[in-house]
Design a protein around this ligand. Sequence first.
Ligand SMILES: Cc1cc2nc3c(=O)[nH]c(=O)nc-3n(C[C@H](O)[C@H](O)[C@H](O)COP(=O)(O)OP(=O)(O)OC[C@H]3O[C@@H](n4cnc5c(N)ncnc54)[C@H](O)[C@@H]3O)c2cc1C
Length: 356
Amino acid sequence: MSTVVVIGGGYGGSAVAKALDAEADVVLVEPRDAFVNAAGSLRALTRPDWAGNLFFPYDALLTRGRVVRDRAVSVDPRGVTLASGERIEADHLVLATGSSYTYPGKPSAESTADALDDLRRTHKELADAGHVLIAGAGPVGLELAGEIKEVWPDKRVTVVDPGAELMPGFLPQMREELHKALAERDIEVRLGTSVTPSVEPGRLNTFTAGDITADIWFRAHGVRINSGYLADGRLTTPGPRGTVAVTSGLNVVGYDHVYALGDLADLPEAKMAGYAMQHAEVVAANISARLRGEEPTATYDPAPHPMILLPLGSRGGVGQFPSPDGPFVVPVETVVEYKGADLFTGRFAAQFGIER
Ligand SMILES: Cc1cc2nc3c(=O)[nH]c(=O)nc-3n(C[C@H](O)[C@H](O)[C@H](O)COP(=O)(O)OP(=O)(O)OC[C@H]3O[C@@H](n4cnc5c(N)ncnc54)[C@H](O)[C@@H]3O)c2cc1C
């Protein structure tokens, strides 16, 4: 049987690994002990009793294949070298190492136990803060503000952003609804404002930044693409933002048997889990075709219009979906049903074979 090595077990990588488990010898390389559903990170911070839902152990993901708990340090067309020194040869390679995000957006600790300790410690500090400052008014900063206000409606929350408007590029109606929903929750938004407090983020510590005095702050910007293991240039050279050039079939340019997907792939669309999972379907279909000795035919067309589900707590929020007739605003009930109520926990419980 052919060996398919998937590097990175995030949204895209774990889906490819599972899809090909019955057809190939799948090896999933991943330093974490559990898949992290980043969409749940902010609720995991505000509700320690819910925080365990963020993590999905890899134990039951694959039936035939294996998960190697290690980190890729170098990749070449024949296989991958791991931090432990182990070498794994591959017939097909999938690069799915995604991105890192400032804690608490994605945990920095690699073990579930350590990541839960971090979240509980930060929750304690946040609980004691009167005024919370969030730097960054993208979806992560606004969702964090919404989760904080749902648990502590009386806490003062200020979100600052250097940009001139909220969620540029989305429909004016959705953006108006967003402003209204934020105002209803008494979430203060200061646009055209950039601050980086000199104290450590996520720690109770009263500080003044510009004309804002607050007791704790969180950074909600700064996606970093994980492609350091490609820096030796033995396979390909990432672009200036760390992403990897791919063909329409999501092959790494120059290789029929190597693929890149998710946040790592250089595609003209937002970096989103939803897209990473669509990429995974294309990659799995193309590898599956090759395993059967056929020419791969699946291709990926980047989404022409942006989409978003932006919950503000478990019962509110705004959203926009694409359609062949153009993008449209979805009602709050859709935001709650598709995302806000459980932040995709049910969907991943099924994928990872876990009862929740
Ligand atoms: C707070 C927050 C909320 C979000 N909410 C949403 C949402 O609601 N909807 C949405 O569509 N998107 C959301 N996103 C964006 C989404 O998380 C990313 O687009 C998504 O994680 C990308 O998936 P991926 O499969 O490319 O990689 P990732 O999910 O980033 O997974 C990459 C995996 O590779 C592993 N890895 C890294 N380096 C190596 C290495 N050298 N060797 C082996 N393994 C390695 C990592 O440990 C990780 O498990 C959110 C992001 C944040 C921060």
